[in-house]
Design a protein. Sequence first.
Length: 114
Amino acid sequence: VQLQASGGGLVQAGGSRTLSCVGFRILLRNYDMGWYRQAPGKQRELVAEISRDSSTSYEDSVKGRFTISRDNAKNTVNLQMNSLKPEDTAVYYCNRRSAVKFSWGQGTQVTVSS
């Protein structure tokens, strides 16, 4: 089982970025999934989650700016990030929401410049 996150990069404050997570040897639609991030010196935190029936919820600091979605045809879970702030700078990962996680993978770096 492997999760591969992509779409990160350098973006100016106020800009947008779309991250994508693709699953290998698993069908992501069968799992409640989340996007997590880890900033330097900080613990990994959950920023957005989507259930198997596509219900969503967000961490307060990203509400109204980030949108998590599924594309079951492509076996992906995506994160649309708008109005980015320097404090959104982090490595972003996707994983299942349960306590038992898949292997984390390398994540994708998002750097927001002020």
